[in-house]
Write a protein that binds this ligand. Sequence first.
Ligand SMILES: Nc1ncnc2c1ncn2[C@@H]1O[C@H](COP(=O)(O)OP(=O)(O)OP(=O)(O)O)[C@@H](O)[C@H]1O
Ligand SMILES: Nc1nc2c(c(=O)[nH]1)N=C(CO)CN2
Length: 175
Amino acid sequence: MTRAVLSLGSNLGDREQHLRGAVAALRGVVERCSGIYETPPWGDADQPSYLNAVLLVSDPEAEPRDWLKRAQAIETAAERVRDPERRFGPRTLDVDVITVWDAQGRPVLSDDPGLTLPHPRAYLRAFVLRPWLDIQPDAVLPGHGPVAALLATPEVAGDLAGLTARPDLALESSL
Ligand SMILES: Nc1ncnc2c1ncn2[C@@H]1O[C@H](COP(=O)(O)OP(=O)(O)OP(=O)(O)O)[C@@H](O)[C@H]1O
Ligand SMILES: Nc1nc2c(c(=O)[nH]1)N=C(CO)CN2
């Protein structure tokens, strides 16, 4: 039994449909969906803005690595193409595993480059942290502290101001 926080992002093609497709693919294991946010590109400025959201998922059968396998299968289904020249470049769909808890509710920690937990850049990303607060107002990013406090750090607070909630879009109806 594991629970996980997954982040979704899309900035190519039908962005909303890509996020909806991810939620539909995870039907049966999604506990909560955040709102959808319009977010400026992070890490590589020369690309369109993203739609981002976060999901809380749980599965009695899933091992931590199963969440990465599911995430990658969902990206592949969205015909994501990797550009080796642009690490943080545009994409139809990105599904990242932000954190995982074991059956006892303890965070799973890993420094394996194939699956690093928690996600090594999550603490810097307003586009992950802000939607996460929607679904877990007391969220804590293991090793980094409360998500609400991370959003107030200088590195993140500037980016937070650039996020726009998109209440006209919602993911629950994809479940
Ligand atoms: N927590 C994690 N979530 C997703 N991928 C991870 C994680 N930890 C390690 N990885 C590895 O990172 C590799 C690159 O993933 P990906 O192409 O999705 O990166 P990216 O989306 O471009 O960058 P970022 O991970 O910073 O969002 C994957 O092959 C995967 O094995
Ligand atoms: N706003 C935003 N920027 C990004 C995103 C994302 O999902 N949202 N994903 C990236 C992949 O590493 C790089 N930059």
